[in-house]
Design a protein around this ligand. Structure first.
Ligand code: LLP
Length: 420
């Protein structure tokens, strides 16, 4: 359930017609719903009922917009960050430093220093050399870094290969079999306080089985670590729960089913649980509104050419991802079309052989489930300006990221003196 619904024959974001936003801001434009964000936070919290004081650290990479982050921070969420940029955005949005965890295989010494100075809650360390670097950076600053070790449980997540992270050949985490040695290594290093274990096996998971298997391995490891004398106070279970994209497909497991599985899998762990949901919180809280530039007859089906492209919404090109596409003012007259963008690549295709309501040049369409990994993965390919973002709350809306001017894009490049 989300807050993008038809009213009087026109798609609205909460109480605002999408057409009004498109007219005021131009297209393409990302539109987010505050009410849907709040609802997803509430649903996830509710799903974790009975778990003592969980930390819900929103995976900032899914949607780093400052207004979205501020909305989530005010709802009490922490943040899972993977770069100095994400850390700065989370802090700026008002996320409490102690509620921030720092993930990622390639943290630099500068990023570590930035996070130590901010006083973040936990570094999820992914390799032995990273432990050495963090120890050196913390020692040089005279502080102690709170550390969890991310283990690679060697579990197949059953999702798209490009977003699976828990297999032995993926770059993430320390191999499960080396985990005990890694913890012994930490204990011998100055400047580190080891406190937990972290795991994240992939994204858009549609089956709880692999997650439960991974959590089972984490539970066994926690017991072994404690037996070896380590103090384990946190267990970070990552993100990954999938969301519905294609209404014709069975829905992924509900947050409630996920919560029940977590309670079962973590019973008796006696550790503070950390969660890093990204997609679940934001995906269906956003749409991408685009205008049809023209319709061109193809050899087989018409090409509906819209003013959004793969640079704005990369997921279909990169992962063959499905996004529902709806006419903002549906006519009820159905037809089968290909929906494409203006970029000069065949991969700039949003849908092939899609049956949807008839649209003509000038009409608006909405790409659904575009709140996660959408604006955050956009680029300026083909020298197209980044798409602006709008946040709706009830009958109000605000531009929360402006569309850059073409002039600012052109002037960002600097000529060397021999060309000036
Ligand atoms: N924690 C860690 C360590 C992660 O790497 C990720 C996502 C998350 C949490 C959040 O996962 P979520 O709850 O959103 O599934 N660009 C891809 C998704 C990449 C996910 C990367 N890591 C897509 O558009 O499908």
């Amino acid at each position: 359930m989300d807050n993008f619904q038809l009213r009087d024959g026109a798609l609205h974001a909460e109480d605002v017609p999408l057409a009004a936003i498109a007219d005021a801001v131009g297209t393409p434009v990302y539109v987010y719903s505050t009410a849907t964000l709040a609802r997803h936070v509430a649903v996830f919290r509710e799903a974790l009922a009975g778990i003592d004081n969980p930390l819900i650290a929103f995976a900032v990479k899914a949607n780093p917009n400052g207004a979205v982050l501020a909305t989530l921070a005010r709802a009490g969420l922490g943040a899972d960050v993977v770069s100095g940029g994400e850390l700065a955005r989370a802090l700026h949005a008002g996320v409490r430093p102690q509620d921030i965890v720092f993930s990622g295989v390639g943290k630099t010494a500068e990023e570590m220093a930035q996070a130590l100075d901010a006083g973040i809650g936990q570094f999820n360390v992914e390799s032995e050399p990273e432990l050495d670097m963090l120890s050196a950076v913390a020692t040089a600053r005279g502080v102690t870094a709170p550390v969890a070790i991310r283990v690679n449980p060697d579990v197949l997540a059953g999702t798209h290969s490009k977003i699976s992270t828990g297999g032995a050949d993926n770059k993430f985490g320390i191999p499960y079999d080396r985990a005990l040695d890694a913890f012994a290594h930490v204990a011998a290093l100055p400047g580190l306080e080891v406190r937990g274990v972290a795991v994240h096996i992939g994204s858009q998971l549609t089956d709880l089985g692999p997650l439960e298997a991974a959590f089972g391995r984490v539970g066994a490891l926690i017991a072994e670590l404690r037996a070896a004398g380590h103090t384990i106070t946190t267990a970070d279970l990552g993100g990954g729960l999938g969301v519905p994209y294609d209404p014709a497909k069975p829905a992924p497991p509900s947050p409630a089913a996920y919560g029940a599985m977590v309670r079962r899998a973590t019973a008796g762990w006696d550790a503070r649980l950390i969660f890093e949901p990204g997609r679940l919180i934001v995906a269906n809280a956003g749409v991408l509104v685009s205008r049809v530039i023209r319709v061109k007859q193809g050899a087989n089906a018409p090409f509906v050419i819209v003013d959004a492209a793969m640079n704005d919404l990369l997921r279909p090109s990169l992962y063959d991802a499905y996004h529902a596409i709806e006419a903002v003012a549906p006519t009820g007259q159905r037809e089968t079309v290909n929906v494409v963008g203006p970029v000069c690549e065949t991969g700039d295709t949003f849908a092939t052989g899609r049956t949807m309501d008839h649209v003509a040049a000038g009409d608006l369409v909405a790409f659904r489930t575009a709140g996660a990994y959408a604006a955050s993965m956009s680029s300026t390919y083909n020298s197209r300006a980044l798409t602006p973002e709008v946040l709706v709350s009830g009958d109000r809306f605000a531009v929360v990221r402006e569309r850059p001017s073409i002039r600012s894009m052109v002037e960002a490049d600097v000529l060397p003196d021999w060309l000036a």
